[in-house]
Ligand binder design. Structure first.
Ligand SMILES: *Cc1c(COP(=O)(O)O)cnc(C)c1O
Length: 426
């Protein structure tokens, strides 16, 4: 790969400085792998579970084992992980519609939810689409406090005001594509304790866990979440799952979500796995390791670009609770150069040059770099950004650190070359 000696030296220096953090990340991956293998052994994972089923999928022992395995790995009572869940948004939809009833209130305590949930919730009002709003579920949100943490007074006021109508208290763990901090599991724990002390009833605690899985040694189920929800083309699929999502938590919440996935009466007892069991189990097996690769890739990017004077979030030495790294490049040109660099080190479509283009639902043009084995998989190295100041790119993923670092080095070199050319031109 074409890289200057200067770039290679900068990366080597970054890796020396990050060595302590990298070994802490490896330690988390070791603990995660141990947890996964313990549950696999307990559930007696064997080749017979990989057999594809069709039709109703009756007697699919792999499906039933996988449901218990995902719950076990995430410290939940029950759950399911299915190829029938086509995306994270779909999985979240199944969870919310499973738990909420007409007249209930869905209360987000982490501000605005991920963009794709707006139409699911019906945030612009009932419109006949079949959103939660159409079914008479009201939505309320408490933004983060100006300083960044939970707005405790705001949460207490919302719980007082909405009273027993609050059926679901909703958290988004990852910052997603917003400029806000990512929550650590310990912070979610604190908020759950607070809500329990202030709520008039016992609401369900639901966590959008996308991008957070395996970044810490526990998941939000361990601290009282009733349902955690995520996508298999992000962290928990380990880069190996072709499709799918998971929901797990308390037995009651998982059962209600299962009724919604399929139907009351059948719940989780049917569903053909269509040959996906092997990929899903292999993905869960790889996930702690793959997430570590993505985390190291993010730290390297943070270090190199912070050293070069760009604003990055989180900082190079901050421990993370998700795999997203932002770099603010300050100009459309540098943003495009960054994405070109990432693309050029992808295993698929490396010859393609990403260009900004209009996207449905976005006010600004968007540029995306991705060359993944699985369509849209963002556990694979990818970068995307809307073309607006301060020209912040969201970088995530990396199936192997070896490839992730090459992508980051290419992005760095491409940006630094452009910076140099700008200086010389002036
Ligand atoms: C990716 C993501 C989603 C939605 O997942 P899709 O698979 O893209 O539908 C929801 N919430 C967060 C925080 C995410 O990162």
């Amino acid at each position: 790969m074409i890289l200057s000696e200067k770039t290679r030296a900068a990366a080597a220096e970054a890796e020396r400085r990050l060595a302590g953090l990298f070994s802490a990340i490896d330690e988390t991956a070791r603990a995660g792998t141990e947890r996964v293998l313990d549950v696999f052994r307990k559930e007696r994972v064997s080749e017979s579970m990989f057999m594809p089923t069709t039709g109703y999928g009756y007697g699919d022992v792999g499906r039933d084992a996988i449901d218990r395995i995902v719950a076990g790995v995430f410290g939940a009572e029950a759950g399911f992980m299915r190829p029938a869940l086509i995306s994270g948004t779909h999985a979240l939809t199944v969870g919310l519609f499973g738990l909420l009833r007409p007249g209930d209130v869905l209360l987000s305590v982490t501000g605005a939810p991920y963009d794709t949930l707006r139409p699911v919730i019906g945030m612009d009002g009932a419109d006949g689409s079949g959103s939660l709003a159409d079914f008479g579920v009201r939505y309320a949100e408490v933004p983060f406090a100006p300083g960044g943490g939970f707005d405790w007074d705001g949460i207490a006021a919302a719980l007082r005001g909405e009273g027993e109508r609050v059926r679901v208290v909703y958290f988004q763990r990852s910052k997603g594509y917003l400029d806000r901090p990512t929550l650590r599991v310990s912070e979610i724990a604190e908020a759950i304790r607070f809500v329990r002390a202030h709520a008039k009833n016992a609401p369900f605690f639901v966590v959008d866990n996308c991008y957070g899985e395996f970044t810490e040694e526990t998941e939000p189920c361990a601290v009282g979440a009733d349902l955690i929800i995520g996508s298999l083309i992000k962290n928990p699929g380990g880069g190996m799952a072709d499709v799918g999502g998971y929901l797990c938590g308390t037995r009651r919440a998982a059962e209600l979500a299962g009724n919604r996935l399929c139907c009351p009466g059948v719940g989780l007892d049917a569903g053909a796995s269509l040959g996906q069991n092997r990929n899903m189990l292999r993905g869960l097996f790889y996930a702690p390791h793959t997430v570590a690769q993505a985390l190291k890739t993010a730290h390297l990017a943070a270090y190199l670009f912070a050293e070069a004077g760009f604003s990055v979030n989180p900082g190079p030495f901050e421990r993370r609770s998700d795999i997203i790294q932002t770099v603010s490049l300050g100009s459309p040109e540098l943003l495009c150069r960054f994405c070109e660099g990432i693309q050029s080190a992808s295993p698929v479509d490396a010859h393609v040059r990403p260009v900004p283009s209009p996207m449905p639902g976005y006010a600004d043009e968007v540029i995306m770099a991705a060359g993944a084995f699985v369509g849209g998989a963002s556990i694979e190295l990818s970068a995307d950004a809307p073309l607006r100041p301060p020209y912040t790119v969201f970088l995530q993923g990396g199936l192997t650190y070896e490839s992730g670092r090459l992508g980051v080095m290419r992005a760095y070199e491409s940006v630094m070359d452009a910076v140099g050319a700008q200086k010389n031109g002036k």
